[in-house]
Design a protein around this ligand. Structure first.
Ligand code: ZN
Length: 350
């Protein structure tokens, strides 16, 4: 909250006198959450255009994580999701320092209790502190700041299938947005559970939202997810992409009609060819069976890309296969850890 205050960010709690947004919750033993009240932190960059300042772009990251393990080691969650919070604080600072004045309001929503069930984002999305009808887009940064494997990082955007006009616009600006691969795919291709984030309560409320991720799972949900494992070049590139996305939407005067149950399209599946190609290029010494399995998956996706059609019964299998293979390769190929890596924190390397 001090960082938001120093950046000149307006207080975005219920009556505008505080950054805190309190909501009723319940203790959660697994996550060491002993309070009956959840605490989101909300800041505002008020829109400069009187005709559009009741409209808002909501940028989210969660500050909670997993508490302690059975041996009382703290899960610090640098990648998941301190880096997302850091991205918000830095962008808020940079916007303030530049005197940036977008037409629409930018909401910085730093959520509580994401890990224990998206409670902080859900509470705010149900009772937002800005006009609900004016929420143009929610962006959940979670997690960001690691590449998938050494030498290959990408940014993924999930959920834009609910906002087709915005999806087309972002897809068209892809070269300017990102120097790395930008994967745009259907949220339903990511299995839930276990994978969810703060954009989900927005989508459930019928609010356009996007899940902004750097998939990089080497230390995901482990006590080894420490600051020393963050790849700052990846984080910086993500903040650049985020800044352009926020700028583009906050200065727009279009709304993006919400599509309730968008179907998975061939391009949602074909999008996974980019990270598969990235991994194959970055890991030349990959074992034969893993390489063959990835190449086989890429062939199936290529056939879908070329024909533009697929058997709907295949979707779940293909999506799961792509996610499972990329996730496993991320876990088993953490690469060299930038020093100083915490002594004894080697669980993920075995
Ligand atoms: Zn997270």
């Amino acid at each position: 909250m001090d960082a938001l205050s120093r950046a000149g960010v307006a207080r975005g709690g219920v009556d505008g006198t505080s950054y805190l947004y309190l909501y009723p919750s319940e203790p959660h033993p697994r996550y060491l959450f002993p309070y009956p009240t959840g605490h989101d932190v909300v800041g505002l960059l008020p829109g400069a255009d009187p005709a559009h300042r009741d409209e808002s772009v909501v940028v989210m990251a969660h500050y909670d994580h997993l508490g302690r393990d059975s041996r009382r080691h703290v899960f610090n969650g640098a990648y998941d999701d301190v880096a997302g919070v850091a991205a918000i604080l830095e962008l808020a600072r940079a916007f303030g320092a530049a005197g940036y004045a977008p037409r629409r309001t930018v909401v910085w929503l730093i959520t509580d209790e994401e890990e224990s069930g998206l409670r902080g984002a859900r509470a705010w999305a149900k009772n937002p502190t800005v006009p609900r009808d004016g929420i143009v887009l929610g962006i959940s940064l979670d997690p960001i700041g690691r590449g998938l494997v050494p030498g290959y990082a990408f940014t993924a955007l999930f959920g834009l299938e609910h906002s087709p006009e915005l999806r087309e616009r972002i897809a068209a600006s892809r070269p300017a947005l990102s120097r790395g691969d930008l994967l745009i795919a259907h949220r339903d291709l990511i299995p839930h559970p276990p994978f969810a984030s703060d954009h989900d309560p927005f989508l459930n409320e019928g609010l356009p939202a996007v899940w902004f991720v750097n998939p990089g799972f080497s230390f995901y949900h482990q006590v080894t997810d420490e600051a020393a494992t963050i790849q700052y070049d990846v984080l910086l590139e993500s903040v650049r992409v985020l800044a352009q996305l926020v700028d583009s939407v906050a200065n727009d005067d279009q709304r993006y009609p919400f599509v309730d149950e968008p179907a998975v399209e061939a391009r949602d599946l074909a999008a996974f060819r980019a990270p598969i190609g990235g991994v194959l290029g970055a890991l030349p010494d990959l074992g034969r069976s893993q390489r063959e399995s990835l190449v086989g998956l890429d062939r199936r996706l290529a056939a879908i890309e070329v024909s533009g059609s697929f058997d709907p019964a295949e979707v779940e299998d293909l999506g799961l296969a792509a996610i499972a293979q990329l996730f496993t390769l991320g876990v088993t190929n953490p690469g060299p850890i930038p020093p100083p890596f915490p002594a004894g924190a080697t669980a993920a390397l075995r």
